[in-house]
Design a protein around this ligand. Sequence first.
Ligand code: GLA
Ligand code: GLA
Length: 684
Amino acid sequence: MNAALPRLLPGFDQLLHGGDYNPDQWRRYPEITGDDERLLDAARINFVTLGVFAWSSYEPREGELDFGWLDRAMDASARAGRKVVLATPSGAKPVWMSLRYPEIRRVNRDGLREPHQGRHNHCWSSPVYREQVARINTELARRYREHPALALWHVSNEYSGKCYCELCKREFQRWLERKYTHIDALNDAWWSDFWSSAYGSFSEIDPRAANPEALNLDHQRFQTWQLIDFLRWEQGPLREFTPRVPITTNFMGTFGGNDYWRIAEQVDLVADDQYPNFDATSPELARHAAGVAFKNDLYRAMKPDRPWMLMESSPDVQNWRSPMRLKRPGIHRLEMLQAIAHGAEGTGYFQLRKGRGGGEKYHGALIDHVGHERTRVFRAVTDWGRDCERLAPVLGSRSPAQVALLYDWEARWGFELSSGPVSRPDVYDSVCQAHHRPFWARGVAVDVIGSDRDFSRYRVLITPQLYLLQPGIAERITRFVINGGTWVATHYTGYCDAHSRCFLGGFPGEGLRQVLGLWNEEVDALPAGLQRKLKRVDADCGLPPAPTSEAVCEIVHLEGARPLAVYADDFYAGHAALSVHDLGRGSAYYHATRLEDSALDGFYGALIARVGLQRALPAELPAGVTAQRRVSERDEFVFVLNFTPQPQQIPLGTARYRNLLLEQDEGPTLQLEAFGCAVLQRPL
Ligand code: GLA
Ligand code: GLA
């Protein structure tokens, strides 16, 4: 279990620290950027991402290729011992290409072909665009195949979006035909007699039809497939000419448009972009930080056998936020260290130098328009660069977790695309995060996993709002419980199959009704702000005696489960709001309602104690402070992060640790300043 993870970049024994760098925008001004290599050195930058959106600088006119600036930037990086993350430029096509080959531009839902516009708007199917991309990627891969600085491919940028052109429509029809074979099977799966939507052939299907609902769900799946098809196409020349250079693409957290579990299978390592905009003056800071931790636990678990990296973050402000608040002192280190605490082995920025013009000239950067290193942001980045060097001992360490939380993009889509019971898009994520937060607050590690992942080795499995059940998942959950696992399910579990068809015979479907020992007859979806009173009936369940809940109240009938709390309001007073069912050697908890935060926290506090889950530190942590643990073959590392504006004291028990950032010994009490953090090492 503790065997070392491989390095993010083969043979590179450092935490990565770097970011997007655009010498392409400064080709005409070598005198301005002449000092940049020295500045990058000063800030301990050990990688640069080059070439994102640089196509028109390589090829200002069709067929006129010039890689001069990139040659110089690659060579300078090699001389400095810096690694290059080289992007393919497909995220923004040159103007001449858009004009000469209109079919490469995306068609929107209204059937209109978009003008050239900015970026991220090419058609996924266009054979012309694919040819152009293959050509430029081949040029890059061939040219730099032996280059000592080339360390990682960054395919395109933040892939997303749909195209509704005729080619993409036909691709969708073909995808459906492969999936269903016969149109009758599709009609049945889609329940298409509803509103007279039965299809006679696959060629009649238009992805813009809003009905039936299952069409939208399949189109969403198709979009991920299409994106992957494009990603694989882009990879072709890279795999061919540089088989030893790993490939990634930058993901966008829990962006709703892409099923990132599937995309992750196609790349060698996963890289996420995060702009959390931590507001140090907000009482919500810790909650916000826990939300980022949730995503970090997802990216760490996405490829459990390789570290992940934070590809983009801002050294300071983001131009696209209004207002653009400055990052308060102390926050930068906290934000970066948070990623490392959750398994990342590199942090990158957008951007290393501000462009002089264009839409991102006010976006935070290491090198500001002033052009020298005597800025607050430069100092904060440099401090973090030094910290990265001190953190080298954590390289290769793992984050063992006994808790798995299931995040399923398809369940989310099923829920969000359904007309009723709730049509707010943020619900799925906020419920997932609410069930993750109590673990974060106690320093208990959680892997956020996809439905395909084997969860049999975990002790606790949490499946927030598993509305749509993928084939086989119910059976695997059943076995998990019978074999001694603790399963926590919530409201909106098991309503629909993978085609968004409701289960017959009582919710939750597929036998989960028997596992949970209850039947869910009705759901009362509450307006915002309306709370329900509950009454605790089992003093050991961790809830306060009279908790409250909100948003959703399912009316369930217990069929073997025991109530832990019941509703005390409305006509369903007395019905179970929280229950547990013992089955085989395990137990299955059901939250029929959305407990308010402190009650949910109490529930998990009791559960963690009952199951005996391991914590990063033995003591209770102050509110707003988390502790995350990584272990190597020899040592354990405890990352303690204070997301509060107050100094904090953390009891360390009898253990003594080495503080890697301050290079001093710690114990029995760790003192943290406001927004302070520590990385504590001790032998196992
Ligand atoms: C309208 C329509 C019905 C049905 C109901 C649902 O009345 O005529 O077909 O859609 O709304 O409330
Ligand atoms: C995204 C993009 C970058 C840049 C940043 C700005 O993450 O990938 O190119 O536009 O946003 O925050």
